[in-house]
Design a protein. Structure first.
Length: 586
Protein backbone atom coordinates (compact mmCIF):
# COMPACT_ATOMS: atom_id res chain seq x y z
CA UNK A 1 0.00 0.00 0.00
CA UNK A 2 1.14 3.58 -0.59
CA UNK A 3 0.79 4.15 3.17
CA UNK A 4 3.82 1.92 3.75
CA UNK A 5 5.76 3.54 0.93
CA UNK A 6 5.25 7.02 2.38
CA UNK A 7 6.04 5.82 5.90
CA UNK A 8 9.37 4.40 4.67
CA UNK A 9 10.08 7.78 3.12
CA UNK A 10 9.37 9.48 6.45
CA UNK A 11 11.73 7.05 8.19
CA UNK A 12 14.42 7.82 5.60
CA UNK A 13 13.94 11.57 5.97
CA UNK A 14 14.09 11.20 9.74
CA UNK A 15 17.34 9.26 9.46
CA UNK A 16 18.83 11.99 7.27
CA UNK A 17 17.78 14.53 9.89
CA UNK A 18 19.48 12.45 12.59
CA UNK A 19 22.71 12.14 10.62
CA UNK A 20 22.83 15.84 9.69
CA UNK A 21 21.99 16.82 13.25
CA UNK A 22 24.76 14.60 14.61
CA UNK A 23 27.25 16.08 12.15
CA UNK A 24 26.24 19.61 13.08
CA UNK A 25 26.40 18.80 16.80
CA UNK A 26 30.01 17.58 16.36
CA UNK A 27 31.19 20.35 14.05
CA UNK A 28 33.48 21.54 16.85
CA UNK A 29 34.61 18.11 18.06
CA UNK A 30 38.34 17.44 17.70
CA UNK A 31 39.07 14.65 15.24
CA UNK A 32 35.37 14.04 14.41
CA UNK A 33 34.57 12.52 11.01
CA UNK A 34 31.21 13.29 9.42
CA UNK A 35 28.78 10.53 8.37
CA UNK A 36 26.41 10.10 5.49
CA UNK A 37 23.32 7.85 5.25
CA UNK A 38 23.10 5.69 2.13
CA UNK A 39 19.58 4.58 1.05
CA UNK A 40 18.28 1.99 -1.41
CA UNK A 41 14.89 1.39 -3.07
CA UNK A 42 12.53 -1.44 -2.00
CA UNK A 43 10.69 -3.70 -4.47
CA UNK A 44 8.45 -6.66 -3.73
CA UNK A 45 9.47 -9.94 -5.31
CA UNK A 46 6.98 -11.11 -7.95
CA UNK A 47 6.35 -14.77 -8.87
CA UNK A 48 4.04 -13.89 -11.76
CA UNK A 49 5.76 -12.86 -14.92
CA UNK A 50 7.91 -9.80 -15.53
CA UNK A 51 8.54 -7.09 -13.00
CA UNK A 52 8.92 -4.36 -15.61
CA UNK A 53 5.78 -2.64 -14.33
CA UNK A 54 6.70 -2.89 -10.63
CA UNK A 55 6.07 0.39 -8.81
CA UNK A 56 8.24 -0.18 -5.72
CA UNK A 57 7.61 -0.39 -1.99
CA UNK A 58 9.57 2.61 -0.71
CA UNK A 59 13.06 3.10 0.67
CA UNK A 60 15.34 1.61 3.29
CA UNK A 61 18.64 2.54 4.99
CA UNK A 62 21.39 0.65 3.15
CA UNK A 63 24.46 1.77 5.14
CA UNK A 64 26.16 4.53 7.08
CA UNK A 65 29.34 5.84 5.47
CA UNK A 66 32.00 7.88 7.23
CA UNK A 67 33.99 10.64 5.61
CA UNK A 68 37.66 10.21 6.63
CA UNK A 69 38.90 13.25 4.76
CA UNK A 70 41.36 15.52 6.58
CA UNK A 71 39.78 17.93 9.03
CA UNK A 72 40.74 21.55 9.40
CA UNK A 73 43.80 22.39 11.50
CA UNK A 74 43.20 24.11 14.82
CA UNK A 75 45.47 26.18 17.00
CA UNK A 76 46.10 25.02 20.54
CA UNK A 77 46.63 26.57 23.93
CA UNK A 78 50.30 25.63 23.88
CA UNK A 79 50.02 22.05 25.14
CA UNK A 80 53.20 20.42 23.77
CA UNK A 81 51.46 17.03 23.59
CA UNK A 82 48.76 18.26 21.21
CA UNK A 83 49.35 16.77 17.77
CA UNK A 84 47.57 16.21 14.49
CA UNK A 85 48.09 13.76 11.66
CA UNK A 86 48.85 15.11 8.21
CA UNK A 87 47.81 11.95 6.37
CA UNK A 88 45.57 8.88 6.66
CA UNK A 89 46.81 7.22 9.85
CA UNK A 90 45.12 6.84 13.25
CA UNK A 91 46.49 7.30 16.75
CA UNK A 92 46.44 4.07 18.77
CA UNK A 93 45.23 4.18 22.39
CA UNK A 94 44.97 1.40 24.94
CA UNK A 95 42.13 1.45 27.45
CA UNK A 96 42.19 -1.41 29.91
CA UNK A 97 44.05 -3.61 27.45
CA UNK A 98 41.69 -3.07 24.50
CA UNK A 99 42.84 -0.97 21.59
CA UNK A 100 40.98 1.87 19.96
CA UNK A 101 41.86 4.25 17.15
CA UNK A 102 41.33 7.98 16.95
CA UNK A 103 42.18 11.11 15.03
CA UNK A 104 41.76 13.32 18.10
CA UNK A 105 45.31 14.28 19.10
CA UNK A 106 44.56 16.16 22.32
CA UNK A 107 46.86 14.29 24.70
CA UNK A 108 48.17 15.11 28.14
CA UNK A 109 50.27 13.61 30.92
CA UNK A 110 48.50 11.75 33.73
CA UNK A 111 49.61 11.31 37.34
CA UNK A 112 51.79 8.34 36.39
CA UNK A 113 53.40 10.34 33.53
CA UNK A 114 51.70 8.28 30.81
CA UNK A 115 50.57 10.13 27.68
CA UNK A 116 46.76 9.78 27.65
CA UNK A 117 43.72 11.14 25.85
CA UNK A 118 40.78 12.84 27.55
CA UNK A 119 39.28 9.47 28.51
CA UNK A 120 42.49 8.09 30.01
CA UNK A 121 43.41 5.91 27.05
CA UNK A 122 47.19 5.52 26.87
CA UNK A 123 48.87 6.56 23.64
CA UNK A 124 50.81 3.72 22.01
CA UNK A 125 54.30 3.89 20.58
CA UNK A 126 57.88 2.67 20.86
CA UNK A 127 59.96 3.37 23.97
CA UNK A 128 63.51 4.77 24.07
CA UNK A 129 66.44 3.44 26.10
CA UNK A 130 68.66 5.45 28.45
CA UNK A 131 70.68 6.76 25.51
CA UNK A 132 67.56 8.01 23.74
CA UNK A 133 67.63 5.28 21.09
CA UNK A 134 64.17 4.21 19.87
CA UNK A 135 63.52 0.48 20.22
CA UNK A 136 61.13 -0.32 17.39
CA UNK A 137 59.03 -3.44 17.19
CA UNK A 138 57.62 -3.60 20.73
CA UNK A 139 54.48 -1.50 21.11
CA UNK A 140 54.00 -0.02 24.58
CA UNK A 141 52.26 2.70 26.56
CA UNK A 142 54.23 5.90 26.04
CA UNK A 143 55.48 7.31 29.33
CA UNK A 144 57.44 10.50 29.98
CA UNK A 145 60.56 10.07 32.08
CA UNK A 146 60.62 13.14 34.34
CA UNK A 147 63.74 12.21 36.29
CA UNK A 148 66.63 14.66 36.39
CA UNK A 149 69.69 14.23 34.19
CA UNK A 150 72.84 13.68 36.23
CA UNK A 151 75.99 15.69 35.58
CA UNK A 152 78.58 14.05 33.35
CA UNK A 153 82.22 14.98 32.87
CA UNK A 154 83.41 15.73 29.34
CA UNK A 155 85.36 12.92 27.68
CA UNK A 156 85.49 14.00 24.02
CA UNK A 157 85.72 17.16 21.95
CA UNK A 158 85.32 16.67 18.18
CA UNK A 159 85.53 19.56 15.74
CA UNK A 160 85.57 20.24 12.01
CA UNK A 161 88.21 22.96 11.70
CA UNK A 162 90.00 24.47 8.73
CA UNK A 163 93.21 26.40 9.36
CA UNK A 164 93.98 29.01 6.70
CA UNK A 165 97.01 27.79 4.74
CA UNK A 166 97.67 31.32 3.47
CA UNK A 167 98.32 32.72 6.94
CA UNK A 168 101.94 33.78 7.44
CA UNK A 169 104.12 31.82 9.80
CA UNK A 170 104.63 33.51 13.14
CA UNK A 171 108.19 32.19 13.17
CA UNK A 172 110.47 35.19 12.67
CA UNK A 173 114.17 35.82 12.41
CA UNK A 174 115.37 37.24 15.71
CA UNK A 175 115.96 40.98 15.77
CA UNK A 176 119.63 41.60 15.05
CA UNK A 177 121.57 42.52 18.16
CA UNK A 178 125.38 42.76 17.95
CA UNK A 179 125.55 41.96 21.66
CA UNK A 180 123.65 38.67 21.16
CA UNK A 181 125.55 36.03 19.14
CA UNK A 182 122.28 34.05 18.79
CA UNK A 183 121.03 36.70 16.35
CA UNK A 184 123.77 36.29 13.71
CA UNK A 185 125.69 33.46 12.03
CA UNK A 186 129.19 34.91 11.59
CA UNK A 187 131.07 38.11 12.41
CA UNK A 188 134.35 39.50 11.11
CA UNK A 189 136.05 42.64 12.36
CA UNK A 190 139.16 44.72 11.84
CA UNK A 191 140.63 48.05 12.82
CA UNK A 192 140.49 50.87 10.29
CA UNK A 193 141.75 54.47 10.39
CA UNK A 194 140.16 57.69 9.33
CA UNK A 195 142.26 60.21 7.38
CA UNK A 196 142.45 62.93 10.02
CA UNK A 197 142.22 66.55 8.86
CA UNK A 198 143.96 69.90 8.78
CA UNK A 199 147.53 70.83 9.65
CA UNK A 200 149.44 72.53 12.39
CA UNK A 201 147.92 73.19 15.78
CA UNK A 202 144.38 72.55 14.55
CA UNK A 203 145.18 69.30 12.86
CA UNK A 204 143.06 66.26 13.73
CA UNK A 205 145.29 63.20 13.81
CA UNK A 206 144.14 59.97 12.25
CA UNK A 207 142.25 57.76 14.69
CA UNK A 208 141.55 54.04 14.88
CA UNK A 209 138.01 52.70 14.55
CA UNK A 210 136.52 49.23 14.87
CA UNK A 211 134.71 47.93 11.76
CA UNK A 212 132.50 44.86 12.12
CA UNK A 213 130.52 42.91 9.51
CA UNK A 214 127.81 40.56 10.77
CA UNK A 215 126.33 37.84 8.54
CA UNK A 216 122.96 36.13 9.11
CA UNK A 217 122.10 33.05 7.05
CA UNK A 218 118.39 33.40 6.22
CA UNK A 219 118.04 30.71 3.52
CA UNK A 220 119.89 27.97 1.70
CA UNK A 221 121.65 30.59 -0.44
CA UNK A 222 120.57 33.84 1.24
CA UNK A 223 122.31 35.99 3.83
CA UNK A 224 121.97 39.46 5.24
CA UNK A 225 125.04 41.59 6.04
CA UNK A 226 125.01 44.21 8.81
CA UNK A 227 127.80 46.81 9.04
CA UNK A 228 128.74 48.84 12.15
CA UNK A 229 131.74 51.05 12.94
CA UNK A 230 132.45 51.58 16.62
CA UNK A 231 129.04 50.00 17.22
CA UNK A 232 127.35 52.89 15.36
CA UNK A 233 125.74 53.40 11.98
CA UNK A 234 128.66 54.33 9.67
CA UNK A 235 126.81 57.23 8.02
CA UNK A 236 124.76 58.33 11.04
CA UNK A 237 126.75 57.97 14.26
CA UNK A 238 123.72 59.01 16.32
CA UNK A 239 122.09 55.68 15.39
CA UNK A 240 123.01 52.16 16.44
CA UNK A 241 121.01 50.63 13.57
CA UNK A 242 123.45 49.00 11.12
CA UNK A 243 123.67 49.45 7.38
CA UNK A 244 122.20 46.32 5.85
CA UNK A 245 122.08 44.51 2.51
CA UNK A 246 120.55 41.18 1.49
CA UNK A 247 122.82 38.79 -0.41
CA UNK A 248 121.89 35.81 -2.60
CA UNK A 249 124.23 33.24 -4.14
CA UNK A 250 123.02 32.41 -7.64
CA UNK A 251 123.34 28.89 -9.13
CA UNK A 252 126.20 30.09 -11.37
CA UNK A 253 128.17 31.29 -8.34
CA UNK A 254 127.59 35.01 -8.85
CA UNK A 255 126.27 37.18 -6.05
CA UNK A 256 123.23 39.46 -6.19
CA UNK A 257 122.26 41.95 -3.54
CA UNK A 258 119.51 44.37 -2.55
CA UNK A 259 119.16 46.93 0.19
CA UNK A 260 121.23 50.02 1.03
CA UNK A 261 122.89 50.38 -2.38
CA UNK A 262 123.61 54.09 -1.75
CA UNK A 263 126.29 53.36 0.86
CA UNK A 264 127.04 49.65 0.33
CA UNK A 265 128.22 48.91 -3.20
CA UNK A 266 129.28 45.61 -4.73
CA UNK A 267 132.83 45.55 -6.00
CA UNK A 268 133.00 41.84 -6.85
CA UNK A 269 131.45 38.56 -5.76
CA UNK A 270 133.84 38.59 -2.81
CA UNK A 271 133.96 42.26 -1.85
CA UNK A 272 131.71 45.24 -1.09
CA UNK A 273 132.65 48.87 -0.45
CA UNK A 274 131.34 51.34 2.14
CA UNK A 275 130.80 54.89 0.93
CA UNK A 276 129.94 58.00 2.91
CA UNK A 277 131.47 56.99 6.24
CA UNK A 278 131.39 59.79 8.83
CA UNK A 279 134.11 59.22 11.45
CA UNK A 280 132.86 60.08 14.94
CA UNK A 281 133.83 59.96 18.56
CA UNK A 282 131.99 59.85 21.86
CA UNK A 283 132.00 63.11 23.84
CA UNK A 284 130.22 63.26 27.18
CA UNK A 285 128.03 60.31 26.26
CA UNK A 286 127.08 61.68 22.83
CA UNK A 287 128.53 60.73 19.47
CA UNK A 288 129.69 63.62 17.31
CA UNK A 289 131.78 63.96 14.18
CA UNK A 290 135.49 64.15 15.00
CA UNK A 291 136.17 66.35 11.98
CA UNK A 292 138.37 63.76 10.30
CA UNK A 293 138.03 62.74 6.70
CA UNK A 294 136.94 59.20 5.94
CA UNK A 295 139.77 58.44 3.60
CA UNK A 296 137.45 57.41 0.76
CA UNK A 297 135.70 54.09 0.41
CA UNK A 298 136.13 51.35 2.98
CA UNK A 299 136.63 47.80 1.74
CA UNK A 300 134.20 45.19 3.01
CA UNK A 301 135.55 41.75 2.10
CA UNK A 302 133.19 38.79 2.25
CA UNK A 303 135.82 36.49 3.65
CA UNK A 304 138.20 36.34 6.53
CA UNK A 305 141.42 35.17 5.03
CA UNK A 306 140.62 31.86 3.40
CA UNK A 307 137.29 31.52 5.22
CA UNK A 308 134.19 32.67 3.36
CA UNK A 309 131.57 34.49 5.39
CA UNK A 310 128.95 33.06 3.02
CA UNK A 311 129.45 29.39 3.79
CA UNK A 312 126.60 27.22 2.40
CA UNK A 313 127.38 24.71 5.11
CA UNK A 314 126.35 27.07 7.89
CA UNK A 315 123.08 26.29 9.62
CA UNK A 316 120.09 28.45 8.89
CA UNK A 317 119.30 31.00 11.53
CA UNK A 318 116.65 29.63 13.87
CA UNK A 319 113.29 31.35 13.49
CA UNK A 320 111.56 31.26 16.88
CA UNK A 321 107.89 32.07 17.32
CA UNK A 322 106.95 34.77 19.81
CA UNK A 323 106.47 33.64 23.38
CA UNK A 324 102.83 32.54 23.65
CA UNK A 325 100.57 34.94 25.52
CA UNK A 326 96.80 34.33 25.31
CA UNK A 327 96.19 38.04 25.87
CA UNK A 328 98.39 39.01 22.90
CA UNK A 329 96.78 38.34 19.51
CA UNK A 330 100.17 38.60 17.83
CA UNK A 331 101.40 35.40 19.50
CA UNK A 332 98.88 33.01 17.93
CA UNK A 333 97.13 32.60 14.58
CA UNK A 334 93.67 31.32 15.55
CA UNK A 335 91.72 30.29 18.62
CA UNK A 336 88.66 28.09 19.17
CA UNK A 337 86.83 27.68 22.48
CA UNK A 338 84.48 25.01 23.84
CA UNK A 339 82.44 24.65 27.00
CA UNK A 340 83.37 21.49 28.92
CA UNK A 341 82.13 20.04 32.22
CA UNK A 342 83.62 18.42 35.29
CA UNK A 343 82.10 15.54 37.26
CA UNK A 344 79.82 17.87 39.25
CA UNK A 345 78.48 19.58 36.16
CA UNK A 346 80.47 22.79 36.62
CA UNK A 347 81.11 24.47 33.29
CA UNK A 348 84.64 25.35 32.21
CA UNK A 349 86.15 26.79 29.05
CA UNK A 350 88.68 24.86 26.98
CA UNK A 351 90.55 27.10 24.58
CA UNK A 352 92.75 25.80 21.77
CA UNK A 353 95.25 28.30 20.38
CA UNK A 354 96.78 27.47 16.98
CA UNK A 355 100.18 28.97 16.14
CA UNK A 356 101.51 28.63 12.59
CA UNK A 357 105.28 28.15 12.83
CA UNK A 358 106.09 26.85 9.34
CA UNK A 359 104.66 26.26 5.87
CA UNK A 360 102.75 23.14 6.92
CA UNK A 361 103.43 23.07 10.64
CA UNK A 362 101.48 24.45 13.59
CA UNK A 363 101.55 24.37 17.35
CA UNK A 364 98.46 23.95 19.49
CA UNK A 365 98.31 25.34 23.02
CA UNK A 366 95.53 24.25 25.38
CA UNK A 367 94.27 26.11 28.45
CA UNK A 368 91.21 25.50 30.62
CA UNK A 369 89.77 28.65 32.17
CA UNK A 370 93.02 30.31 31.15
CA UNK A 371 95.03 27.95 33.38
CA UNK A 372 97.26 24.93 32.93
CA UNK A 373 94.83 21.95 33.02
CA UNK A 374 97.10 19.92 35.31
CA UNK A 375 98.46 22.75 37.46
CA UNK A 376 95.71 25.38 37.73
CA UNK A 377 97.99 27.75 39.63
CA UNK A 378 100.04 28.07 36.42
CA UNK A 379 99.11 29.78 33.16
CA UNK A 380 101.59 27.77 31.06
CA UNK A 381 99.67 25.86 28.37
CA UNK A 382 99.85 22.23 27.33
CA UNK A 383 101.44 22.13 23.88
CA UNK A 384 101.51 19.79 20.88
CA UNK A 385 102.87 20.04 17.33
CA UNK A 386 100.89 19.41 14.14
CA UNK A 387 102.30 18.74 10.67
CA UNK A 388 100.07 18.71 7.57
CA UNK A 389 100.82 16.90 4.33
CA UNK A 390 100.69 18.54 0.90
CA UNK A 391 96.96 17.80 0.67
CA UNK A 392 96.18 19.68 3.86
CA UNK A 393 95.48 16.61 6.04
CA UNK A 394 97.09 15.93 9.39
CA UNK A 395 100.30 13.99 8.79
CA UNK A 396 101.60 13.82 12.34
CA UNK A 397 100.76 14.90 15.86
CA UNK A 398 103.37 15.16 18.56
CA UNK A 399 102.20 15.89 22.07
CA UNK A 400 103.88 16.26 25.40
CA UNK A 401 103.17 15.07 28.95
CA UNK A 402 99.46 15.25 29.70
CA UNK A 403 98.76 16.08 26.06
CA UNK A 404 99.82 12.93 24.23
CA UNK A 405 98.86 12.07 20.66
CA UNK A 406 96.49 9.16 20.05
CA UNK A 407 96.48 6.58 17.28
CA UNK A 408 93.63 8.28 15.40
CA UNK A 409 94.63 11.92 14.84
CA UNK A 410 93.73 13.10 18.29
CA UNK A 411 95.23 14.40 21.50
CA UNK A 412 94.51 12.97 24.94
CA UNK A 413 94.37 15.62 27.64
CA UNK A 414 94.89 13.84 30.96
CA UNK A 415 95.30 14.85 34.57
CA UNK A 416 92.86 17.75 34.45
CA UNK A 417 92.24 19.26 37.88
CA UNK A 418 89.05 21.36 37.75
CA UNK A 419 89.72 24.57 39.65
CA UNK A 420 88.30 27.92 40.68
CA UNK A 421 89.77 31.24 41.81
CA UNK A 422 90.64 31.34 45.49
CA UNK A 423 89.38 34.20 47.61
CA UNK A 424 92.08 36.82 48.03
CA UNK A 425 92.52 40.26 49.50
CA UNK A 426 95.90 41.16 48.05
CA UNK A 427 98.58 39.51 46.00
CA UNK A 428 98.42 37.63 42.69
CA UNK A 429 95.39 35.60 41.69
CA UNK A 430 95.52 32.01 42.90
CA UNK A 431 93.47 29.05 41.71
CA UNK A 432 92.57 26.03 43.82
CA UNK A 433 90.79 22.69 43.05
CA UNK A 434 87.00 23.04 43.14
CA UNK A 435 86.36 19.56 44.58
CA UNK A 436 85.19 17.99 41.32
CA UNK A 437 87.15 15.80 38.94
CA UNK A 438 87.65 15.43 35.24
CA UNK A 439 87.01 12.20 33.38
CA UNK A 440 89.29 9.43 34.62
CA UNK A 441 90.16 8.63 30.99
CA UNK A 442 90.91 12.24 30.18
CA UNK A 443 89.50 14.33 27.35
CA UNK A 444 90.04 13.19 23.77
CA UNK A 445 90.44 16.12 21.39
CA UNK A 446 89.49 14.56 18.07
CA UNK A 447 91.38 16.26 15.22
CA UNK A 448 90.39 13.78 12.49
CA UNK A 449 88.61 16.57 10.61
CA UNK A 450 91.31 19.19 11.11
CA UNK A 451 92.42 20.55 7.73
CA UNK A 452 94.78 23.18 6.35
CA UNK A 453 93.32 24.63 3.14
CA UNK A 454 93.55 28.01 1.47
CA UNK A 455 90.32 29.33 2.97
CA UNK A 456 89.52 31.46 5.98
CA UNK A 457 90.06 29.68 9.26
CA UNK A 458 86.72 28.47 10.55
CA UNK A 459 84.96 25.80 12.56
CA UNK A 460 81.95 24.32 10.77
CA UNK A 461 80.75 22.02 13.54
CA UNK A 462 81.64 20.83 17.00
CA UNK A 463 80.52 18.07 19.33
CA UNK A 464 81.32 18.07 23.03
CA UNK A 465 79.94 15.44 25.36
CA UNK A 466 79.47 16.00 29.07
CA UNK A 467 76.89 18.27 30.63
CA UNK A 468 75.61 19.85 33.81
CA UNK A 469 72.73 18.35 35.80
CA UNK A 470 69.34 19.19 34.31
CA UNK A 471 65.62 19.09 35.00
CA UNK A 472 62.84 18.43 32.50
CA UNK A 473 61.75 21.77 31.08
CA UNK A 474 59.99 21.10 27.78
CA UNK A 475 58.45 18.49 25.50
CA UNK A 476 58.10 18.47 21.74
CA UNK A 477 56.82 16.15 19.02
CA UNK A 478 58.64 15.82 15.70
CA UNK A 479 57.12 15.13 12.30
CA UNK A 480 58.42 11.58 12.65
CA UNK A 481 56.48 11.15 15.89
CA UNK A 482 59.52 11.22 18.17
CA UNK A 483 58.78 12.65 21.60
CA UNK A 484 61.74 14.76 22.71
CA UNK A 485 62.36 16.03 26.23
CA UNK A 486 64.31 19.25 26.79
CA UNK A 487 66.23 19.86 30.00
CA UNK A 488 67.42 22.97 31.81
CA UNK A 489 71.04 22.14 30.97
CA UNK A 490 70.32 22.51 27.26
CA UNK A 491 70.22 18.78 26.57
CA UNK A 492 67.54 17.07 24.49
CA UNK A 493 66.67 13.40 24.81
CA UNK A 494 64.31 11.15 22.85
CA UNK A 495 61.83 9.47 25.18
CA UNK A 496 59.65 7.58 22.70
CA UNK A 497 58.04 7.54 19.28
CA UNK A 498 54.33 7.66 18.47
CA UNK A 499 53.04 4.93 16.16
CA UNK A 500 50.11 5.21 13.74
CA UNK A 501 47.69 2.59 12.46
CA UNK A 502 46.23 2.01 9.01
CA UNK A 503 43.47 -0.29 7.71
CA UNK A 504 42.76 -1.90 4.37
CA UNK A 505 39.11 -0.72 4.64
CA UNK A 506 38.64 2.24 7.00
CA UNK A 507 34.89 2.25 6.18
CA UNK A 508 34.66 -1.04 8.04
CA UNK A 509 35.74 0.52 11.36
CA UNK A 510 33.18 0.50 14.14
CA UNK A 511 32.48 4.00 15.47
CA UNK A 512 32.54 4.36 19.25
CA UNK A 513 31.98 7.19 21.67
CA UNK A 514 34.75 9.71 22.41
CA UNK A 515 35.70 10.00 18.73
CA UNK A 516 37.15 6.51 18.64
CA UNK A 517 36.91 3.55 16.33
CA UNK A 518 37.60 -0.14 16.78
CA UNK A 519 38.61 -2.64 14.17
CA UNK A 520 36.17 -5.19 12.76
CA UNK A 521 36.18 -8.03 10.29
CA UNK A 522 35.22 -5.53 7.58
CA UNK A 523 38.03 -3.09 8.39
CA UNK A 524 40.77 -5.70 8.53
CA UNK A 525 43.57 -5.94 11.09
CA UNK A 526 45.48 -2.77 11.95
CA UNK A 527 48.97 -2.27 10.52
CA UNK A 528 51.35 -0.26 12.73
CA UNK A 529 54.26 1.90 11.69
CA UNK A 530 55.90 5.22 12.48
CA UNK A 531 54.79 8.55 10.99
CA UNK A 532 56.15 9.28 7.56
CA UNK A 533 55.79 5.71 6.26
CA UNK A 534 53.47 5.16 3.30
CA UNK A 535 50.20 7.10 3.50
CA UNK A 536 50.17 7.25 7.31
CA UNK A 537 51.27 10.86 7.15
CA UNK A 538 53.45 12.92 9.44
CA UNK A 539 52.70 14.47 12.82
CA UNK A 540 52.34 18.19 13.40
CA UNK A 541 53.17 19.07 17.00
CA UNK A 542 51.35 21.74 18.99
CA UNK A 543 48.34 21.43 16.69
CA UNK A 544 44.99 19.64 16.54
CA UNK A 545 42.80 18.33 13.74
CA UNK A 546 39.31 19.78 13.82
CA UNK A 547 36.06 18.23 12.61
CA UNK A 548 35.71 17.75 8.87
CA UNK A 549 32.00 18.69 8.97
CA UNK A 550 31.02 21.25 6.32
CA UNK A 551 28.13 23.15 7.89
CA UNK A 552 26.83 24.49 4.58
CA UNK A 553 26.42 20.93 3.27
CA UNK A 554 24.68 19.84 6.46
CA UNK A 555 22.22 22.75 6.34
CA UNK A 556 21.33 21.82 2.78
CA UNK A 557 20.86 18.23 3.91
CA UNK A 558 18.47 19.45 6.64
CA UNK A 559 16.39 21.36 4.11
CA UNK A 560 16.27 18.36 1.79
CA UNK A 561 15.28 16.03 4.63
CA UNK A 562 12.61 18.45 5.81
CA UNK A 563 11.18 18.73 2.30
CA UNK A 564 11.15 14.94 1.92
CA UNK A 565 9.47 14.57 5.32
CA UNK A 566 6.74 17.06 4.37
CA UNK A 567 6.21 15.46 0.97
CA UNK A 568 5.86 11.97 2.45
CA UNK A 569 3.46 13.33 5.06
CA UNK A 570 1.40 14.83 2.24
CA UNK A 571 1.38 11.45 0.48
CA UNK A 572 -0.06 9.84 3.63
CA UNK A 573 -2.75 12.53 4.02
CA UNK A 574 -3.68 12.20 0.35
CA UNK A 575 -3.93 8.40 0.69
CA UNK A 576 -6.15 8.89 3.74
CA UNK A 577 -8.47 11.23 1.80
CA UNK A 578 -8.78 8.71 -1.03
CA UNK A 579 -9.55 5.89 1.40
CA UNK A 580 -12.17 8.02 3.15
CA UNK A 581 -13.85 8.72 -0.19
CA UNK A 582 -13.95 4.99 -0.99
CA UNK A 583 -15.50 4.17 2.37
CA UNK A 584 -18.15 6.85 1.99
CA UNK A 585 -19.10 5.64 -1.49
CA UNK A 586 -19.88 2.11 -0.35
Amino acid sequence: MSFNTAISGIHAANKRLEVAGNNIANSGTIGFKSSRAQFSALYSASQLGSGRNAVGDGVRLASMQQNFNQGESMTTSGNPLDMRIQGNGFFVVSDGGSLAYTRAGAFLKDAANFVVDSEGGRLQGYAANEQGEIKRGLRTDLQIDTSNVSARATTRVAENINLDASLPSLARLPVFDPADPATYTRVVGRTIQDAGSGAGATAVPAADHELKQYFVKTGDSQWSMHVLIDGRNPVDPNSVAPLQVTLEQRPNGSLSYSGNSQHLRKISDTEFALQGWRPAEEVNGAWVSNGAANGGTVSLPLNNGSISMLDPGDALMDRPVPAFDPSDLKTYSDMFANAIFDSQGNQHELKQYFVKDGTNSWRIHALIDGRNPQMPDSTDPLTANIVFDSGGWVQSLTGGPGFASTHSNGLQLTGWTPAMPAERVTGPEKWVPNGAAGSAKGITIDLTNLLQHNAASSRSSTHVDGHAAGQLSSLSVGRDGILCAGFTNGMNKNIGQVILASFSNPQGLQARSDTRWTESADSGVADYDVPGVGTLGSLIGDGLEGSNVVLADELIALIQAQTAYQANSKAISTEATVMQALIQST
